[in-house]
Design a protein around this ligand. Sequence first.
Ligand code: NAI
Ligand code: SOE
Length: 391
Amino acid sequence: MKTYNVGLIGAGFMAKAHSLAYAGMPMYFWPAPGLTHRKMVADVTEELAKDAAARLGYDEYTANWMDIINNPDIDIVDIVTPNDSHAEIAIAAAKAGKHIISEKPLARNAAEAKTMLDAVKEAGVKHMVAFNYRRTPAVALAKKYIEEGAIGKVLNFRGTYLQDWSVDPNSPLSWRFKKDIAGSGALGDIGTHVVDFARYLVGEISDVMAHTQTWVKERPIQTGGVDKLGTVKSAEDVPKGQVDVDDELMTLLKFENGAVGSIEATRNAHGRNNFLTFEIHGEKGSLIFNYERRDELQVFFADDPADRKGFRTVYTGPAHPYGEGLWPIPALGIGYGDTKIIEVYDFVKAIAEDTDVYPNFDDGYQICVISDAILQSAEKGEWVKVNKLAV
Ligand code: NAI
Ligand code: SOE
């Protein structure tokens, strides 16, 4: 069993999730397709990187991510920095022949994402973009039902991602509120997870008609790089800076296969935490998923006898996707970390077996193309056609 050395760049929220996944993957999926070793971690200062190495279990640390790229012992480069550095790091990693997993959104816009896609194609390395929610077993089960024809031809996809962590105007102007770093606001940060669901479950999106809104137009300037996601409040007298991204977006969708749909995303919805949902209507049934109840898939089959028709709840477990590696009894509880463990499992398997893995940079690029179209539509106030990725 081969061991792949990992170089992790960025040591915030996602560093914890990805590092846990490297440690946990072989405990869930055994025999593992390959093992990983947490070799080197980078952050912007030596102090932050040193702390991360101790906290997350890496042998070495550095304040210069190029040390990871230049290290011949590193096999996998894992990019968990804010969105503005994904492209530069990924292109350097591809040139150095490393396999790459990058956090979402792949880049700030489609043009930037295309440079990353071109680099990995040219280098012939494995590439993955970390839209982990599709690896929730209930979501993969919805995909299986759709592919088996259990709900017939899909007519409508209705997706939401609602949170409330940014509702307080005194929470700081972190990188997520700055266009030059994030690219966009709720759209890129959370809306793209729903776009990933829509493409994964229904198919390619052909047209969008969107509206975006910025509710909090300025916020206290933040000191320090890490986004505390609304858990800290700035003092009253701190100077403020401009928010130049969307807080909320809604868009209508048309799919190439004739289905229609909608997506709503906001981080300003009091009482919503990680309300990532979809409801899908097909000619023969419906499916409902809510990440806040992620062990469950609600299913309705139109062919059921009339006296027992109604939504029923399937609790995911051993009989369902990824069930062989997770817990032995349905409803024991799928966690956020589990989706990252499955993600690492699929990525390492693709490297070990030299197969394709999804979602990859092609998907990450296409999602950036769709995001650009959504922003363009919101600006123009009209339907915009999405250019399809030419492969
Ligand atoms: P964060 O703000 O918690 O941490 C970012 C870290 O990267 C900080 O420690 C910062 O100092 C470091 N950093 C910044 N520039 C760097 C550079 N040039 N070299 C080395 N380190 C650098 O951010 P978070 O929440 O971890 O987000 C990182 C990425 O992960 C983003 O692209 C975000 O969209 C994505 N994300 C994905 C999630 C998912 O569920 N798939 C969840 C949260 C974030
Ligand atoms: C903040 O909105 C955030 O951390 C996003 O960046 C992630 O992508 C999402 O999954 C959880 O919330």
